[in-house]
Design a binder for this molecule. Structure first.
Ligand SMILES: *Cc1c(COP(=O)(O)O)cnc(C)c1O
Length: 394
């Protein structure tokens, strides 16, 4: 591998101001560093923003997804329909409970779960026998296992087709979990991402739309699920438990006060942050439309607002993505293949026997997707530089 020069543009960058720095410093003036007024304020901001009754702060998006899986009662051997075109956490949350993810391939334009395939899979799994068999992995699933849930992902800031997913889930009483970790601020037919299922999760790693350093948050209107998830994030302590009594097997998934304070300020700036990201995406779109060999992201008609998370272009079928990525890196433009399909990750191949060709649309997107440097603090000059470099090396 040839050596690359240091990046001339960062791959991603948080958007922080003195307000965030002051808020974190203020927490350090108090003795309360975990589960105090800041997490309460952070949660209240999400309830106000979404209209959902319960918002539960946790220390990562992955932790949030895991608690949703627990609250939905998804356990050993249970099946859940989900997507192989996602960050691994959406699938891992199921594996933590020994459930079996049943993948359905995705829509080639959005990269979100294909509703027709999802409907077919739900029907076939309900019927059982050989109809069910063709959706199950080659190994690792129990015969006769029950389908319990649909775990959909709003990929790259575009919501999945949730009306269709509801219609699929309702007749079979399936739980619906929305992984909205990439879509805070997005809208589907005018409704906010994160409000489109029974439970939803946002995440706040530094490359997300808002950041808390590390952090996540669950939304639900279900009082019972809320009570259980609040207990589980705090070592299984139910209301009435003392510090050393534990009703449930729980976790330490608490969000600390420093992170929550950062999040409160970020959340108050949400609209500003989203608009800056929209502007950067628009600068990219205009320039990329004139460059042959690559395609800018496609926006679905149901996405009434895109919330830009990463900026993933597609290289044409004739273009060698790896060579392109290397030449860009050599000129100081960091890029990343996006996503490597979940079913082909080594631990998934080992456990379930997946093979290349199992999910062709996901694999095609996985081979052609290239994330360009992207953040709300990028300047038009930086976008210009990335695009000029891309054009030169193509
Ligand atoms: C970021 C992300 C998560 C959660 O990530 P954490 O690093 O655990 O906060 C989950 N699912 C998807 C699709 C993501 O992009």
């Amino acid at each position: 591998m040839s050596k690359s020069i240091p990046p001339i543009v960062p791959m991603s960058s948080p958007d922080l101001t003195d307000a965030e720095r002051q808020a974190v410093l203020a927490v350090l003036q108090t003795p309360n560093l975990s589960m105090g007024p800041q997490i309460t304020a952070f949660e209240a901001a999400f309830s106000a923003y979404t209209g959902f009754r319960h918002a539960i702060g946790v220390n990562s998006g992955t932790a949030g997804l895991h608690l949703c899986v627990r609250a939905a009662g998804i356990g050993f051997g249970d099946l859940a329909l989900t997507t192989p075109f996602s960050f691994v956490a959406s699938t891992n949350a199921l594996l933590f409970e020994q459930a079996v993810p049943v993948f359905v391939d995705v829509d080639p334009l959005t990269g979100n779960m294909d509703p027709q395939l999802t409907a077919q899979a739900a029907r076939d799994l309900h019927e059982g026998g050989s109809a069910a068999q063709r959706w199950l992995p080659r190994k690792g699933a129990q015969p006769g296992a029950a389908l319990k849930a649909v775990l959909g992902v709003d990929v790259f800031g575009q919501p999945a087709d949730w009306d269709a997913l509801h219609a699929i889930a309702n007749p079979y009483n399936l739980s619906l979990i929305e992984d909205s970790c990439e879509a805070l601020g997005a809208e589907y037919k005018g409704r906010k991402a994160g409000t489109l299922a029974e439970m939803a999760v946002f995440a706040f790693y530094p490359n997300k739309q808002i950041t808390t350093g590390e952090g996540g948050l669950i939304l639900t209107n279900d009082d019972q699920a809320d009570g259980l998830m609040r207990a589980l994030r705090n070592q299984g302590r139910a209301p009435g438990d003392t510090w050393l009594s534990h009703t449930h097997l729980g976790y330490n998934y608490r969000l600390d006060e420093l992170s929550a304070a950062l999040g409160v300020v970020q959340m108050s700036r949400l609209e500003e942050l989203l608009l800056k990201r929209e502007q950067v995406a628009e600068w990219y779109r205009l320039r990329l439309s004139r460059i042959a060999g690559v395609t800018a992201p496609c926006i679905d008609k149901n996405t009434t607002r895109t919330s830009w998370f990463v900026y993933v272009i597609r290289v044409d079928r004739g273009v060698n993505r790896e060579a392109l990525a290397q030449r860009l890196a050599d000129r100081g433009v960091p890029v990343r293949p996006y996503f490597l399909p979940i079913h082909l990750q080594p631990y998934m191949v080992e456990r379930f026997g997946y093979q290349p060709g199992d999910f062709p649309v996901t694999e095609d997107l996985g081979k052609r997707g290239l994330a360009l440097p992207f953040s709300g603090v990028m300047t038009e000059e930086q976008v210009d530089l990335v695009c000029r470099t891309l054009e030169e090396v193509l």
